[in-house]
Ligand binder design. Structure first.
Ligand code: GDP
Ligand code: IMO
Ligand code: MG
Length: 434
């Protein structure tokens, strides 16, 4: 049986444009599913002149598609409800289902996120401080609360009192006079639970049923492959499997039902947070790319670190995710930068490496090996949009050479190219769901 599913995942450090690409593909899909991460994500979708910045809500929402938040996600109910409210204000119909086994973020998780970051010093990842790490820690420790608990007041009360006591003791070891009002938290979360109750179901069962019926489904990754807990750059990443490997665990959909994995990459590298970045540009070229690309965190507003595109780490990400098709975004941002560089390998202690060294201690000592390419000239927004309308052949010839170099080195198909933030600024070379 052929299943109608695809996955859209980031292949590097997040913010590759997954939101935009998911929205584009959602035009032909029925359901969009988030399967890991939480409101550390910030996915931008621009359509009909409206800019949406989704943190938990899957990017199929502007098109009023069915949207699902899977069990692999961690949910801050306050953030989710405010996103739902924003959509309602725009008169968008919300067709949402939330997994009863997704874990809940509480205020003490956010406090611990901050305190633990301070304690870690050199090993701090520069988190979004949304409580992601502490909530996944509680999930692994098996005393976390899930959506099922949240919507059942008696269970919520009993489990919350136990967990809050444990967390208070830990927080008091950092701040001795810190006080916690369990009744207040219970009251607040009881209300959240009752508001979310109508949306909570067994999403694993529902999703498998829909896939078997032939529904067209997009699994929307958050973060990026290099930030993943198991296969990313530990400890400078996030706390979930932010890659294709997380889909089955985070939804209950078996691997055999998961279709092509579409890897999204930027035309250059960006990174929020700490850890070595081999191709980093700490100079005026980096500043220019940051300005032209508006490279400031969608969630935190932090300036993103910028570097040349790194095909060496992308090859690793492509391998672990089984990616055959890629999308290159933000190509327009590299306008008026000449020459351009593409990193094709690393040197470590004067030897060229065979594979990406996942350890941050080794990465710190690596030097990039570059190939140099001619840049393309500056165009107006209208000119880029016109090119998108007229298709691939109309791209600047220098850009086509740059794209080809990436394609050849990575040995992948180019599925789509993005030359602007809007849905229309997209060139499609491969169709899905047909
Ligand atoms: P995500 O987290 O992967 O969904 O990406 P973000 O939304 O955090 O960051 C991508 C940013 O680039 C957003 O501001 C998008 O609106 C913007 N964007 C996406 N594709 C393009 C593109 O091709 N060109 C330009 N100029 N901006 C883009
Ligand atoms: P989207 O889905 C970019 C980074 C943080 C930090 C590390 C751990 O928009 O691509 P966390 O709060 O998860 O404990 O932070 O991961 N990070 C992201 N960077 N895009 C994201 O999401 C990110 N989500 C987390 O900056 O280095
Ligand atoms: Mg983002």
């Amino acid at each position: 049986m052929r299943y109608n599913t695809v996955a859209v995942i980031g292949l590097s450090w997040g913010d590759e444009g997954k939101g935009k690409i998911t929205d584009f593909l959602a035009q032909k899909a029925d359901i969009v599913v988030r399967y890991q991460g939480g409101n550390n994500a910030g996915h931008t979708v621009i359509c009909n002149g409206i800019k949406y910045k989704f943190r938990l809500i899957p990017s199929g929402a502007p098109l009023e598609k069915e949207i699902i938040i899977g069990n692999g996600c961690v949910i801050d109910p306050k953030v989710l409800l405010s996103e739902m409210e924003n959509l309602s204000k725009l008169n968008k119909k919300i067709n949402l289902k939330i997994s009863s086994t997704a874990h809940v973020i509480f205020p003490f998780h956010q406090i611990l996120d901050e305190l633990e970051e301070k304690k870690k010093k050199d090993y701090a990842a520069g988190t979004t401080k949304s409580g992601i790490g502490p909530t996944y820690s509680d999930k692994a420790a098996r005393w976390g609360l899930r959506l099922f608990d949240l919507i059942h007041p008696e269970i919520l009360k009993e489990k919350l009192i136990k967990l809050a006591k444990i967390k208070k003791d830990i927080i008091n070891s950092y701040i001795s006079d810190w006080k916690l009002n369990v009744d207040e938290i219970y009251e607040e979360y009881y209300n959240y639970g009752q508001k979310l109750k109508p949306y909570v179901i067994n999403t694993a069962f529902y999703l498998n049923q829909q896939i078997d019926k032939g529904k067209k489904i997009i699994f929307e990754g958050a973060q990026g492959a290099l930030l993943g807990i198991d296969h990313g750059m530990y400890p400078f990443g996030t706390s979930s499997n932010s890659n294709a490997l997380g889909i089955s665990a985070g939804t209950g959909v078996p691997p055999k039902k998961i279709g092509p994995i579409i890897g999204v990459i930027k035309a250059y590298t960006s990174r929020v947070g700490a850890g070595p970045l081999v191709t980093e540009l700490n100079n005026e070229i980096g500043d220019k790319i940051r300005t032209q690309g508006g490279e400031y965190g969608t969630v935190t507003g932090r300036p993103r670190r910028i570097g040349w595109i790194d095909l060496f780490n992308l090859k690793y990400a492509i391998m672990i995710n089984g990616v055959e098709d890629i999308v290159i975004t933000l190509l327009d941002v590299l306008e008026d930068i000449d020459p351009l560089k593409i990193c094709i390998g690393y040197e470590f202690e004067e030897e060229e490496l065979e594979s990406w060294p996942i350890q941050s201690e080794l990465l710190e000592k690596c030097n990039p090996i570059y190939k140099t390419y001619t840049g393309w000239k500056k165009l107006s927004r209208e000119e880029w949009s016109e090119i998108a309308k007229n298709g691939y052949d109309n791209l600047p010839k220098e850009m086509k050479t740059y794209i080809n170099a990436i394609k050849e080195e990575l040995k992948v198909n180019i599925a789509m190219l993005s030359i602007g933030p809007s849905r229309e600024d997209t060139i499609v070379l491969k169709d899905y769901f047909d």
